[in-house]
Design a protein around this ligand. Structure first.
Ligand SMILES: CC(C)(COP(=O)(O)OP(=O)(O)OC[C@H]1O[C@@H](n2cnc3c(N)ncnc32)[C@H](O)[C@@H]1OP(=O)(O)O)[C@@H](O)C(=O)NCCC(=O)NCCS
Length: 182
């Protein structure tokens, strides 16, 4: 279904509208606070924050942030494999179920691929994300950063071989460590 929106990178001028959108989509302030915290953290990836713009009105938003998969090696050594984490994703309630959420996810994952990212992680609706190439992460030996519903914890390979010999525990950008946002 066509959405007639411009899908583009978020700018600082969009911040108030992004806050309002997140408040409407989630029915609370937490996700809006989370995005503000992310934007001020070192995990923020400005090239991977995307909005759906309908004639100057922000009706959708998604972002990927820096994550790592931390693998314990013999001899107390650690290997950190870079990944991106998808969260949050929001479409204004008046525009849901018209394909916009899917368009935003595809766009931000395409941008990540172009930038050379190889692995994407998400904690989200298990009925929604498999259509974009996400699979249960536990079956790949990739553990979540904290206890979660196992079918909601998913991983996608963004480049061929991106998940080969990758296992370990995911670490998200610092704002996600605040239990308020789990
Ligand atoms: C989830 C969300 C982003 C989807 O956006 P959207 O524009 O409605 O999505 P699309 O139109 O591209 O796709 C619709 C599909 O998403 C599914 N979907 C929507 N909300 C869902 C939910 N809470 N759980 C599972 N699937 C959901 C619909 O059932 C539909 O599935 P179908 O294609 O098999 O019929 C939107 O509903 C939203 O903003 N929800 C509130 C915030 C939220 O839950 N964010 C996601 C956190 S993981």
């Amino acid at each position: 279904m066509t959405t007639h929106c411009l899908i583009r990178l978020a700018t600082d001028a969009d911040r108030p509208q992004i806050r309002e959108l997140l408040r409407s989509a989630f029915g609370q302030e937490d996700e809006a606070d989370l995005v503000d915290d992310i934007v001020n953290s070192i995990g923020y990836l400005p090239d991977l924050e995307v909005v759906a713009d309908d004639g100057g009105v922000v009706v959708g938003h998604v972002m990927l942030t820096r994550a790592q998969i931390e693998e314990a090696l013999p001899g107390m050594m650690m290997r950190n494999i870079p990944a991106v984490a998808l969260a949050p994703l929001a479409v204004h309630p008046s525009r849901q179920n018209s394909g916009l959420g899917s368009e935003l996810v595809r766009e931000v994952l395409d941008r990540a691929r172009i930038l050379g990212e190889r692995i994407a992680l998400v904690l989200g609706h298990p009925e929604f994300y498999p259509r974009f190439g996400f699979h249960e992460a536990l079956s790949y030996g990739i553990m979540p950063p904290h206890e979660v519903r196992s079918d909601a914890w998913m991983v996608a390979e963004l480049a061929p071989g991106g998940l080969t010999e990758v296992r370990g525990t995911a670490r998200f950008a610092a704002p996600f460590n605040n239990p308020k946002y789990w």
